[in-house]
Write a new protein. Sequence first.
Length: 228
Amino acid sequence: MEKAQFFHYKTQETFLHKVPAWIKILLIISLAILAFYLPVKICLVAYPVLILFSMTALRFHISEVWSDAKPVIAYIFLLYFATILLNLANHFSKIVFPVSSWEEVYGGLSRVFIPNLTYLPLLAHLALSLEITSIFYRTTSHGQFKDGFAAIESFITRKDEAPLSDTLALALSFIPRISTFWARLNRAWLSRGGKDSIFKALSLFPKLFHVAMREGYEKSLAIQNRSL
């Protein structure tokens, strides 16, 4: 069974799958932005509630929830290690000055690894916004995104034609496509005996960029051909 991939559409018959696409597009934009303006306490409560909602009402698997949460987890570790480096630099810069005792040195060193809660509001807002986006991505297919954008564009322009709908739907669907490209490259790397390391990232990221650019170019050509 193929592993769950980031923001991929999940075929189900839930109530959210049946909501008109144009409504979901408006909701995904408004709610994802609103998440950054909510109080931190509300974000910390709403985030696990949405996860439980997605697993029960929308039938998301735990692997799918974990896959969509990985960017936030990676960002947490990135901020944590950056904080450690800054704390270490600040700590050892003070050692050049006289200190009262070695206990002061070692006591300060232990505090270097204490997480900095300054970033908690940002992480709470980001996690909630990402979870909201995940719910709508996994309940809206590429075709539904296209139909939704077409309905919004037709309403604004008062015309039956919606030339921008293809481009906008492609832009939204490109995010899960990148995760698909990475999964294929990763499987190829592991099948050839490659290991998880910095060398892996240095080797695969240029290939990922090349594949993504080629995919975008081919899709743009297809859209241009359909518009002729």
